[in-house]
Design a protein around this ligand. Sequence first.
Ligand code: GLU
Length: 489
Amino acid sequence: MADKIVVRFAPSPSGYLHIGGARTAIFNWLFARQNNGTFILRIEDTDAERSSEASIQGIIDGLQWLNLNWDQGPYFQSRFVDRHLAAARQMVATGQAYPCFCSKAELDRKRQAARNAKATYRYDGTCRALPPDEAAAKQAAGVARTIRLKIPRGGGAVQFEDRVCGRVVKRHADLEDFVIVRSNGKPLYVLSNAVDDIRDQVTHVIRGQDGLANTPKQILIYQALGAPLPVFAHMSLTLDPQKAKISKRRHGEQVAIHYYRQHGFLPWAMVNFLVLLGWATSDNREIFTPAELTAVFSLNGISRANSVFNLKQDDPKHFTDPKLLKINAHYIRSMSLDELLPLVAAQLKTAGLWRDAFDAQQRDWALQVINLIRGRYQVLTDFVTFGRAYFSEKFAVDPEAVAKHLTPYSALSEYLPALADELETLAAYDASSLEQTLRQAAKKWELKLGQLVNAMRTVLTGQAVGPEFLEMLIVLGQKRVVARLRNYS
Ligand code: GLU
């Protein structure tokens, strides 16, 4: 039986969970779920100055919101420094690494000399050649030392087959004996990362292409420790429409997962969208249920080309990638009402439009409203902006709708209150009597039915467009329809 698949998401907690990080987490999570594998969350917090509690919490909240459940962790890398140092000692003991007593001043001098000669500086291996008794004497005398990994000499190369980037070859001659433990006794990140992956028996390292530069060094550490290599898959970058790397500096909060949560996106819509940044099926399908995605996901579908996140900053109606809005709208329209109701209720509460839990009758009514209006909505917040008239008497009226459907017809200030009287006394407030009343009224006042409907819709909901009109009148209810028409002047 093949070994169990183990993957990990290993964020450095120096900021919130961003689009790129979430995408990496999603790919790892999917791969684990697909293979009945293990998904580990490891917080790489060895750089104390750049790590923060708030960031750790933000990453955990973001992953939980996206429902990317992990099987092990969170492990905190900083708690395993002893393990990283023990690995370094092991490599020294087996002759794969050595202490280096060269002072910073000496190294700086050599670096400068190389620069002057326009040559590439690489550590010259002074201490690699140090006889063991001399090294021991320096150590005993307390001379500051780093630990360096011995790069094999003899013309070889580090080679591996990256599942996304293809064959990668790095000649040993192009690497120096790099430092794995600093003179202050702290392990370097490249060591901690590899040692943790070995210890956690990670079988597939799926991460961003920015990790690729470290991979040859990590492979050398694996080899020095006699550990089997994982499969590597380095994903391409996500760029903005101008082909610049997505970053907090350029794009502000729009790169943060919490931005999408605040703006009414559904967690699964987000996952569905992010997975399409740099991965596709052969038929370019766009919508997947979790089960479908887990079934069809494959590392082979990861694109080598960079993906583009079409951030739209200048258009308030399309404040993010249109494809993301489309996918979110799809889920709002098609998810079960029972699932959608609590999400809408949370929006209503945040907006101060609802305080208590729904009683059974209100629940039925709310489900009816939600079902009626959700067809046009893209984000959950639309329920409290465009949908406000269903939940409150204080709703904004779109000036364009007023200019088009109300202002040109001054007689409406007489007609609409008169219509309110008629609707109030209807024997049955249902679709057929409403339709009949409206037709008759339009005829009597020599208005086109459409004119009357548009005017009423604007007065009743503040907007020129909306759901099926008669259904809307019924869901809004006789009392509110009558009151709003009567108050029009
Ligand atoms: N901690 C690294 C980062 O946040 C990830 C390293 C890895 O996945 O190996 O960029």
